[in-house]
Design a protein around this ligand. Structure first.
Ligand SMILES: [Zn+2]
Length: 402
């Protein structure tokens, strides 16, 4: 029960995963707790300002997987989870689902790139394409300019060659196997939205001269395209190439959780956003700032973010590449990845009125899981009782030996 999906063996490429993760040390376990608490609390903030119903239901409304409309605290190894809640599956707008989806994608990409590099002897490059722009551009047209600029690079005679004249294009000269790319966006308190593209370019061989030609052409074409559309990159922006040395790097580069640098200080004050005190913020840092200051200036920005990213694909593989690298491994949608429940031992079942009460206390949802992990079943019961929360003891709750 609980929509458990049996997938291929997983190898977690980065540190964003919180599912099926066996905490190997106390420090890692503490770190995971901090990340989870942060994501849960950011989702609580998102509930208050989102325009999207499914985000408001994520981790709040039960999904019927647990009997009688309850939700359950489930232990999987030494990691506790909530089971029985709806998930929104939004990689853009939900801090909890985004982390889960991105962990799955990073893992998938790392395994694909490992097959390309190790099994097939190819090389890979991480290429970042950015655009500078003036403030107050809407997000959607900026995204479109970046996506169309990418299409421009990947088309025409320079790229595809001229078969009639027997001329090879960059695609063949460079030995391009395909690419995996992600659309990213940050918010600058001075320049507004700053979308960029992270591309992992997979090559069958490495020819320094052809690579040099491509680096020069991409920079020229990208700048010309952006300038034509009013978003000329600055000198330090534009196109940046870095060679992949390990497959995990590629997974992180494409799918790493956009949580920012954590540079919002504790002395945060309302108005700091308008005063341009942050430089650049990752989208979820906007939630963080709003949660801590209540600065209503965030609300229209967040709404524009939700509108600009609505139904927009975040991570894209070039045609046929996934099948080449991962065979017929099933491809889960974002919604399916987010809804995956790892299963485990059901320790406690909580009825609707308790879930409602828990929601009213910031951070309690995460703290219940922390307590089960750190203190075990007895401490969990202790905590629920202290908050006067009705619950049923789950079928798998620990029993006395003998
Ligand atoms: Zn969600």
């Amino acid at each position: 029960r609980g929509g458990l999906v049996a997938g291929p063996p997983r190898y977690y490429a980065n540190n964003v995963s919180h599912i099926q993760e066996n905490a190997s040390s106390e420090a890692e376990s503490d770190e995971r707790k901090v990340r989870r608490a942060k994501r849960f609390s950011l989702r609580e903030v998102a509930w208050t300002i989102t325009t999207l119903d499914r985000i408001r239901k994520c981790g709040r409304t039960t999904n019927g997987n647990v009997a009688d409309g309850m939700a359950a605290v489930v232990m999987n190894g030494d990691v506790a989870h909530w089971a029985g809640f709806c998930t929104c599956g939004s990689i853009w707008g939900c801090p909890v689902c985004a982390a889960k989806i991105r962990a799955g994608r990073a893992d998938e990409i790392a395994r694909a790139v490992a097959n390309h590099m190790v099994r097939d002897g190819g090389t890979a490059w991480m290429v970042t394409l950015t655009a500078r722009h003036k403030k107050h551009h809407d997000l959607a047209p900026l995204f479109d300019a970046v996506a169309n600029g990418w299409r421009k690079l990947m088309s025409g005679r320079a790229w595809a060659g001229d078969p009639k004249r027997g001329q090879l294009g960059e695609r063949d000269l460079l030995g391009v196997r395909g690419n995996i790319r992600s659309m990213e966006v940050t918010y600058g308190s001075r320049n507004g939205w700053h979308p960029h593209l992270h591309v992992v370019l997979l090559l069958n061989r490495e020819d320094p001269l052809e690579l040099a030609n491509a680096i020069v052409r991409w920079d020229r074409v990208w700048r010309a395209w952006m300038k034509k559309h009013g978003f000329e990159p600055s000198k330090e922006h534009g196109v940046n190439w870095t060679k992949v040395t390990a497959p995990e790097e590629a997974g992180e580069y494409i799918a790493k959780v956009q949580e920012g640098k954590g540079h919002l200080g504790s002395e945060l004050a309302r108005g700091d956003l308008k005063a341009g005190r942050f430089g650049t913020l990752a989208p979820f840092e906007l939630l963080d700032y709003f949660g801590r200051t209540g600065d209503m200036a965030v609300v229209p920005i967040w709404h524009e973010y939700e509108k600009g990213t609505f139904r927009r694909r975040a991570i894209t593989w070039s045609r046929g590449l996934r099948a080449q690298l991962l065979g017929d491994e099933a491809e889960l949608s974002d919604e399916e990845l987010a809804a995956e429940e790892v299963g485990g031992e059901t320790w406690a079942l909580m009825p609707a009125e308790s879930l409602k009460a828990i929601r009213r206390i910031p951070g309690l949802q995460a703290r219940i899981l922390d307590t089960a992990e750190t203190g075990g079943f007895v401490e969990l019961v202790n905590l629920l009782t202290a908050y006067h929360l009705a619950f049923e003891i789950g079928p798998d709750a620990p029993k006395a030996d003998g």
